[in-house]
Design a protein around this ligand. Structure first.
Ligand code: IDC
Length: 312
């Protein structure tokens, strides 16, 4: 095993996963070990809500989710299995799993992917996460398509189907566009979101919805300046790769939080933005301190055995 991989595992254990971040508001059982007490889970904390900038549970207590994202479901379907999810919950103290479904990369849902197969992987993922008492994010993983409006019709149909199917689940979050990029503006994303959100809302009136931001989900300042005001329980995503994104992006996050924006880090890694290169443990620590200070939820990229630094 390469030394950076061991370092990464150590970092995950010490800094990232929730076992070491006790919070009485998320307690499950007074006699439970601290590692169990600290984790918010659907059976105790119920459906999540957004109160100001904070993710909260059904009792109004602050909640911080920490977990891991699958790699592309089409590429690494083997990781969607009960045993893996059980281990993530029990040994890694993960309380959220993100199911990343690429829209246009090879095998993508809107290009040459097998839609039925992808949806059945999502169904299995939701079911395993539910039986392990975890929250689960359904991620419409746009990337090379850049602007979510490019496949808006497919997104509308997809989220109508998903939200209808999981309407009675209290643990499903919807991430409607992974990373808008290229020349996509906040206005483009906002207009897309304002069409997708009501479709989800018609089935799942209170589910938490995560909205991407321009420049690979980094411009949360633009969302803070012009947030979506017609709907509750929305959060805006910020993504970071610690060896690339440092103090500048942390300052952007800090400013957005100061302005009251609810931010969810639905993807991060501690290598560089290509998913490769050396790990930056110092920057990773600085990021985690900030996220913990504000109880910002975060999801690590990614659960796979691909030969790349981001692989967990
Ligand atoms: C990367 C994967 C890599 C895959 C590539 C496809 O790690 O194996 O070949 O996507 O283009 C993101 C994206 C995420 C990227 C990741 C690393 O959301 O899909 O995964 N990254 O580049 N944003 C910033 C970095």
């Amino acid at each position: 095993m390469k030394s950076h991989v061991s370092l990464f595992l150590l970092f995950l254990l010490l800094a990232v996963f929730p076992a070491f971040h006790a919070d009485a508001s998320q307690s499950t059982d007074a006699d439970a070990p601290a590692s169990v007490k600290s984790i918010a889970c659907p059976s105790v904390n119920g459906a999540l809500h957004v109160d100001g900038r904070q993710l909260t549970d059904e009792h109004g207590n602050a909640v911080q989710l920490k977990g891991i994202s699958t790699h592309g479901l089409a590429w690494f379907p083997d990781y969607v299995n009960q045993k893996a999810f059980h281990q993530l919950r029990q040994e890694w103290n993960v309380n959220v799993i993100r199911l990343a479904m690429y829209t246009t990369e090879s095998g993508g849902y809107c290009t040459d992917g097998e839609q039925g197969h992808l949806k059945s992987l999502i169904d299995q993922g939701v079911s395993y996460a539910s039986s392990e008492d975890m929250y689960v994010i359904i991620d419409w993983h746009i990337l090379s398509d850049q602007d979510p409006n490019q496949y808006k019709e497919q997104a509308l149909a997809f989220f109508a189907e998903m939200s209808e199917k999981y309407a009675d689940h209290n643990n499903v979050l919807y991430e409607i566009c992974n990373e808008p990029n290229g020349s996509t503006t906040w206005n483009d994303v906002k207009s897309y979101a304002e069409q997708v959100i009501p479709v989800i809302r018609s089935n799942a009136p209170d589910a938490v919805i995560l909205v991407g931001t321009p420049n690979w989900s980094q411009y949360v300042d633009q969302a803070a300046a012009d947030p979506i005001t017609d709907y509750d329980n929305l959060m805006y995503t910020l993504h970071f790769y610690a060896a690339t994104h440092k103090e500048d992006l942390r300052n952007t996050l800090q400013t957005a939080l100061d302005q009251g924006l609810p931010v969810f880090v639905s993807e991060y890694s501690i290598c560089d933005a290509s998913g490769n290169g050396a790990l930056d443990i110092g920057q990773a620590d600085a990021w985690m301190q900030l996220l913990d200070q504000y109880q910002v939820s975060c999801v690590n990229w990614s659960l796979c055995n691909k030969r790349e630094s981001a692989a967990s």
